[in-house]
Design a protein around this ligand. Structure first.
Ligand code: TNX
Length: 528
């Protein structure tokens, strides 16, 4: 880092002669001032600068298809605004961005990375391609926000030199989209995936069925989408994903190291299924489609054998579309199902999911049943339920409604959203520690956190963005960064300088008055 080569000296002279090219004049040189979110474990700076040029290439070993794909992803991020080609190659030269997977390095874990920026080279080293991908998101945030533009910008594209080492606190950092109450198209979900990847989230839970709509094609029960997919809250046209579209989404997410968790909510929240197939009802009569927003009125007929055949078929098809480990079985607010029916139902459904090779996640009410090995309890409302789960040896996924529910209003003036769990400003979303929220649920009981967006009041991607940003950024840090390294004041200033980036990306984010947003294009991306 300290050696000055002949060509380095020449470059230095040139930059002095042509000041419009000078790094130090137009770009930041203190890496510790970069406003990276989530906050990394450590950042050290050495006061120099690396510059992207039209000669910068991305280096990934030839045979490593996963890493080459990650390299192509990085090239795709950098090309539009720079106009440079960024070939992905195997030869390192001066000015390369080098991607390395070093499997022997246990210190990075499955998602950690080290980003080393010198005047001559950028190197991202990790134990897995996922770690390299996260390192790329950090690199992206260190570059000026104009890197997110879709047309060529003047630059310069300067990175301050130094080293970032990083690793997440929790292995599950998720968001949830309710595509049932209002349906969101494939392109909207892809945009959502792209946005959450920037903040290193790694799970996307899709709430695929509810009273108002069934959103995933099931070939053995086609009326679920032919009838049950036909509407949504407010009576709009609804919609559903064909299996082909769904697989495309799964792949798109996987290419961004995000695992999709599909949810079929049952035995309650099932009116769309009950409207599609009369035989799932105890009285054998199909229900009408429902476009309101009440909860807790529907139930599968838990005493009928056909219901378990139905679940087996649905879970079987879903499992074959799901490379990820989990299937979410819902189980919340089944007020129309007596507890003596609910418990054997949940016991049996867990076995069906296990038979198809997947692990179960269910909302916290399922802890009233006997939890199978590897079932995860998804805490949202009742501490007692979550504790019942822990007592049975289950792990917990944390979505406390009063911290993580992205459908809650920011304050009483927010046009969208609900407020049954309270108002959630960005500091409320940020200032909590999952491992110290519920007495009796400690760090080791928790797999991570998830931020759900229920969509009773949300109709399109612009609404999604408004409710999700900036709170998801706060929650991404809650899930990634150890609590002892986090502080609201520090987060607040880093979030402020993400404002420009969000603006460049055309994200319809809520300009919380608690943040001194930088939204000017002159902003350097460092908050300085
Ligand atoms: C509760 S959270 C629900 C959802 C609603 C949401 C609205 C949960 C497991 N159930 O059915 O959409 O509140 O905030």
């Amino acid at each position: 880092m300290k050696t000055i080569t002949l060509s380095g000296t020449l470059l230095l002279l040139l930059t002095l002669v042509f000041p419009f090219q000078s790094c130090t004049k137009t770009g930041p040189t203190d890496l510790t001032q970069s406003c990276i979110i989530p906050k990394p474990l450590s950042v050290s700076a050495d006061g120099e600068a690396f510059r992207l040029t039209k000669r910068t290439n991305i280096v990934a070993p030839d045979g490593d298809t996963a890493l080459v794909r990650v390299g192509e992803y990085l090239a795709g991020l950098l090309k539009p605004a720079t106009g440079y080609p960024f070939p992905v190659e195997k030869a390192v030269h001066k000015g390369s961005i080098v991607l390395v997977v070093s499997e022997n390095d246990a210190e990075y874990g499955t998602e950690g990375y080290e980003l080393d920026i010198t005047r001559k080279q950028v190197t991202i080293t990790a134990g897995t391609p996922a770690g390299v991908f996260h390192g790329i998101q950090t690199l992206r945030q260190i570059l000026p926000p104009e890197i997110e533009e879709s047309s060529v910008q003047p630059g310069p594209w300067i990175l301050p030199t130094g080293i970032v080492t990083d690793k997440p606190e929790y292995g599950y950092r998720g968001a949830m989209l309710d595509v049932s109450r209002h349906f969101f198209h494939v392109d909207e979900v892809k945009r959502f995936i792209d946005l959450i990847a920037l903040y290193k989230l790694n799970f996307l839970h899709l709430h695929l069925s509810d009273d108002q709509g069934w959103r995933i094609e099931i070939k053995s029960w086609p009326k679920l989408t032919e009838i049950g997919g036909k509407t949504e809250v407010g009576g709009g046209e609804g919609g559903f994903y064909t299996q082909e579209q769904y697989s495309d989404l799964v792949q798109y997410a996987m290419n961004r190291f995000i695992t999709i968790v599909p949810e079929i909510d049952m035995p309650g929240h099932t009116n769309a299924a009950l409207a599609s197939y009369a035989e799932l009802n105890c009285d054998g009569k199909a229900r009408d489609l429902y476009t309101g927003t009440n909860v807790g009125f529907s139930t599968l007929c838990t005493g009928k054998e056909i219901v378990y055949k139905f679940i087996d078929d649905v879970v079987g098809e879903l499992a074959s579309l799901t490379p990820g480990p989990y299937i979410h079985i819902g189980g919340d607010e089944s007020h129309a199902t007596p507890m003596e029916d609910y418990i054997p139902f949940e016991n049996r459904v867990q076995q069906i999911v296990r038979k198809h090779g997947k692990k179960v996640i269910g909302w916290d009410e399922i802890a009233n049943a006997t939890l199978a090995p590897n079932t995860t309890v998804h805490y949202w409302a009742e501490k007692e339920n979550a504790l019942k789960g822990v007592k049975q040896g289950a792990k917990v996924l944390m979505s406390p409604a009063n911290r993580t529910y992205l459908d809650m209003q920011y304050d009483s003036t927010t046009a969208l959203g609900l407020h049954w769990a309270g108002y959630i400003e960005v500091d409320t979303a940020y200032r909590w520690d999952p491992a110290h929220l519920v007495e009796g649920i400690g760090r080791d009981d928790i797999i991570g956190i998830e931020a759900p967006l229920w969509s009773e009041t949300i109709t399109d991607i612009k609404d999604i963005e408004y409710m999700v940003f900036p709170r998801i950024i706060a929650l991404a840090e809650v899930g990634w960064t150890p609590a002892k390294l986090r502080s609201w004041d520090d987060f607040r200033s880093r979030l402020a300088c993400q404002g420009t980036r969000l603006t460049v990306m055309d994200v319809n984010f809520y300009r919380s008055p608690r943040i001194n947003w930088s939204t000017g294009k002159e902003d350097t991306g460092t908050g300085k």
